[in-house]
Ligand binder design. Structure first.
Ligand code: GDP
Length: 295
């Protein structure tokens, strides 16, 4: 993954490599290449522009032109700025409370149900938590079945009310159920739609207002590029979510979503999904991702 972007950057840095002395014009030329690479990686236009301006200012400030090893310094600056752009530090994730409540949001097919299972599994195995999964998709009976299958696979109970059409009530009942059964984390899987629509936004906002989650996560398919950024913005405007889950990073993605989402919605990417299996989840690490992008 990210080959396009890292190859482009590598190539643009090679231009710098051959030169004994670097001039301001060289730096500007290189930034053009970096910007092109970011755009080709499907990074949002404004984000790419802002990023390059930051790198350029940093390069001038650190006096790249007169440094002993300008290429290395330039690579370091691009790397550090890229990591900073993606949030800098690993973002905290709050599962304190009895029960803690995590609300999932996102479009249909983004990977919400799969990720709900992965997160439950991670909390159970790594943090010795007792999760409960709540099925709040009242439109697709298959969604309840899918969550039950996931729950069974990881040994986590699933709360559902197949006859109910009231996702707010189901979520509240799931929290009661958790208290009764000694579960300390409730992960609320909600209905997705194929596109952002008013009704869906209202519904999930109502759920959020009623259950007051510790964390509202927005799940997005990283392979959807620019759309991922637009969807993130639409959800954030309504829901003011706490963090982003970037799924399907194992796919043939060019990495643009990771770079722009953070910059556009100013919310941290907290987790990534790297496959269909329950263990294929990682905490998002901006430094590691910058390493990966730059190769
Ligand atoms: P939902 O509609 O948002 O609940 O999405 P699902 O959890 O049903 O996921 C949609 C499809 O994406 C399923 O086929 C999942 O197996 C697949 N999927 C989810 N996360 C990942 C991931 O990180 N990598 C890959 N390759 N596939 C994923």
């Amino acid at each position: 993954m990210f080959e396009n972007l890292s190859e482009r950057l590598e190539r643009s840095f090679k231009v710098l490599k051959g030169q004994g002395q670097i001039t301001e014009i060289n730096v500007a030329e290189t930034m053009k290449d970096v910007r092109k690479a970011l755009l080709e990686a499907d990074v949002n236009f404004k984000v790419a522009k802002d990023f390059c301006n930051r790198v350029k200012a940093e390069a001038m400030g650190q006096n790249v032109i007169n440094s002993v090893e300008p290429r290395q310094l330039m690579v370091k600056i691009v790397h550090d700025e890229l990591a900073k752009f993606m949030g800098g530090e690993q973002a905290p994730f709050n599962v304190d409370g009895n029960p803690a409540v995590i609300l999932m949001s996102g479009l249909q097919g983004s990977g919400k149900t799969t990720f709900s299972g992965k997160l439950a599994n991670r909390l159970k195995e790594g943090k010795k938590k007792k999760p409960l999964l709540a099925a709040c998709d009242v439109y697709r009976p298959a969604a309840i079945e899918q969550l039950k299958t996931v729950g069974q696979a990881i040994g986590v109970p699933v709360y559902s009310e197949p006859e109910s059409k009231d996702p707010v009530a189901i979520a509240l009942h799931a929290i009661d159920e958790a208290k009764k059964t000694g579960c300390d984390v409730v992960i609320v899987d909600t209905a997705g739609r194929l596109a952002v629509d008013e009704e869906m936004m209202k519904e999930i906002k109502n759920i959020k207002d009623a259950i007051k989650p510790n964390e509202t996560l927005f799940v997005v398919d990283s392979m959807t590029g620019q759309d991922a950024v637009n969807t993130a913005k639409a959800f954030n405007d309504r829901l003011d979510f706490d963090g982003v889950v970037l799924t399907k990073l194992d796919g043939d993605t060019r990495g643009g979503a990771a770079v722009s989402i953070r910059a556009v919605v100013n919310k941290p990417i907290k987790f990534v999904g790297t496959g269909e299996k329950m263990g294929e989840i990682d905490a998002f690490n901006p430094n590691g991702m910058a390493d990966r992008i730059l190769g």
